[in-house]
Design a protein around this ligand. Structure first.
Ligand SMILES: Nc1ncnc2c1ncn2[C@@H]1O[C@H](COP(=O)(O)OP(=O)(O)O)[C@@H](O)[C@H]1O
Ligand SMILES: [Mg+2]
Length: 248
């Protein structure tokens, strides 16, 4: 098993018009780790995550994924990087409504230029692994939220991308399904060695699965540490209040 790459942000700022959403963010995400980004709504979590695959283009600073300078990629390089190195899972699943389950999962392989047959075969084996063999021909709209997010996860895993970016992937799920998916994600990350970056506004979720946690507040990274360090030495009152509110 080869570990997913380290991700490094150096003095990254993102400005939307006159609004600064991320301010001078520097962060080291270790190779092959499960790294959580935690913070309140509007803190800048999605902006930070999206700067990693440049769905958001930083106005200043540098993002590196392994030996790739993401901030310097041209259009063709960026397309290859997104197709081969990163995969993303979204809160609202982001499935294609007019394609059935198996074709949703096969889609990233088709984008890479794979023929339909082998792409579907790879998709099918991920769907089987997630207990979804019976619904390969179903439309996403007919599936439960938990099943839809397993389809979303299968789609993110099918290309073997070494970096998995997850933006509040479990927020729309009931508590039991959420817990099961947290465990599944942790297990997959251990088995596959990927670098997984997951956003959550739920400190309990972050503490349950993450190796390290960064707390974002008002566009700034206020602390990046292990769960134990956050608990024993919160960097400021905001971090302490977040943990206290979650009974941690
Ligand atoms: N495309 C955009 N245009 C303008 N402002 C945006 C855009 N996306 C996010 N913002 C603003 O930037 C800030 C950070 O947003 P975001 O990164 O989505 O926060 P989070 O994911 O932590 O809820 C918020 O104030 C949000 O309103
Ligand atoms: Mg967000």
């Amino acid at each position: 098993m080869s570990l997913g790459p380290a991700i490094t942000l150096t003095n990254v700022s993102v400005q939307y018009g006159t609004r600064a959403a991320l301010l001078d963010a520097s962060l080291e995400i270790p190779a092959g780790s499960l790294f959580a980004i935690m913070g309140l709504s509007g803190a800048g979590k999605s902006t930070l995550l999206r700067s990693i695959n440049r769905l958001v283009t930083p106005t200043a600073g540098q993002v590196r994924v392994g030996d790739i300078d993401v901030t310097a990629l041209d259009a063709a390089g960026l397309r290859r990087f997104r197709q081969n190195t990163t995969a993303m899972v979204f809160q609202n699943f982001g499935l294609l409504p007019h394609r059935n389950t198996i074709d949703n999962v096969a889609f990233p392989l088709r984008l890479q230029g794979q023929a339909a047959g082998p792409a579907r075969a790879a998709a099918k084996s991920w769907l089987e692994r997630f207990g979804l063999a019976a619904v390969t021909a179903a439309s996403p709209a007919t599936l439960s939220a938990g099943m839809r997010q397993r389809v979303g996860l299968a789609r993110a895993l099918v290309t073997d991308a070494p970096v998995l970016l997850m933006d509040e992937p479990f927020s729309a799920l009931d508590p039991i399904t959420r817990r099961a998916m947290q465990d599944e994600t942790k297990g997959l990350q251990r088995d596959l060695g990927k670098t997984v970056v997951i956003i959550t506004h739920d400190p309990r979720e972050a503490f349950r699965i993450a190796d390290r946690i960064a707390v974002v507040h008002a566009g700034r990274i206020v602390q990046s540490a292990t769960p134990d360090e956050l608990r024993s030495r919160p960097a400021n009152e905001h971090v302490a209040a977040l943990l206290a509110a979650a009974d941690l």
